[in-house]
Design a protein around this ligand. Sequence first.
Ligand code: NAD
Ligand code: WQD
Length: 335
Amino acid sequence: MLLLTGGAGYIGSHTAVELLDRGHRVVVLDNLVNSSVEAVRRVEKITGQQVPLVVGDCTDREVVERVFAEHDIEAVVHFAGLKAVGESVSQPLRYYRNNLDALLTLAEAMDAAGVRDLVFSSSATVYGDPETVPIAEPSALRVTNPYGATKLFGERILEDLTAASPDWRITLLRYFNPVGAHPSGLIGEDPNDIPNNLFPYISKVAAGRLPELNVFGDDYDTPDGTGVRDYLHVVDLARGHVAALDHLGDQEGLEVFNLGTGTGTSVLEAVRHFEEACGHPIPYRVGPRRDGDIATCFADPGKANRQLGWRAEHTVAQACADAWRWQSANPDGYA
Ligand code: NAD
Ligand code: WQD
């Protein structure tokens, strides 16, 4: 049995499907601060399998210890965390408390239960504004906001843990920009309020729920002047977790892998792909740059290709088609 903390969320729910489809059993621990029970029910619908859901907080030692006592857990994927960059700047204590306390409480409970195989959701945000692209794992780490700092500190805590205790096997996965939805249209990204990220924002504009996209700057040093990112289909990302878990048994200590496609796409290219998917123009207006944004960020996924045997298989166009299917079938998300 695998424990997925934050398994009701966007990436966790898609990962649950891929794991269940390959014969793994999973239990989800989620406080539903940014997700809903319905996501877990939909995972059950897609896979035809039952997914026990423990509604509880990873910072609650009693709850976490009970999960290990009541389920035969072999390994954990720790998705649970708060992830909105802007919110982390205005609520730093909440972000540090939640993300670091969740990791520490989980790791202590794992250690006490003798479960020492862990996959951790990290982020390309730990590279900050990179000196060169594509970004490989040894690149310098520097963060520019409290959210990013929680990921960098989380990585550091786990490095120190594996250095001190060689029986831990830990994989840090640095995700680039996850987008799209499951091709069934049953699960997808369901942000509260107005989306911060490009793809969910475009989806809402395409659906007529928001009037137009604000393109944050067209004067970057990129081919069309808009920001370039590595948009990774969430199903590919989910399969990256399957590959990481499969590899964990042969691993010693800690390993870090970028999960990205290796290709950059600009904001305007993303808009064009989405227009193709939804069949009508997406209104947009170019405005000022967003504070803290960088020009270009894309992965060198070579290490994951070679060592995990994993590579992204979906195109950005497919991600747009799947995001649009999810948006059209669920205009109010899981509500
Ligand atoms: P999400 O918000 O959809 O999922 C996170 C889940 O964690 C939610 O279901 C939330 O309710 C739960 N959660 C938060 N704090 C919790 C706590 N203390 N106890 C129990 N549950 C808690 O986000 P996601 O996009 O699925 O991201 C999953 C992980 O991947 C996060 O750690 C995030 O920081 C990381 N990540 C996400 C992205 C991205 O762009 N989506 C990129 C890089 C890394
Ligand atoms: C993508 C591009 C924007 C919205 C963030 C986090 C990162 C990681 C992934 C968790 C940029 C432009 C966006 C809009 C726009 N999350 N944009 N109009 O900033 O690359 O990464 O999510 O770890 O840590 O920082 O993603 O989707 O917000 O932006 O023009 O309304 O779209 O300027 O070029 P980002 P994003």
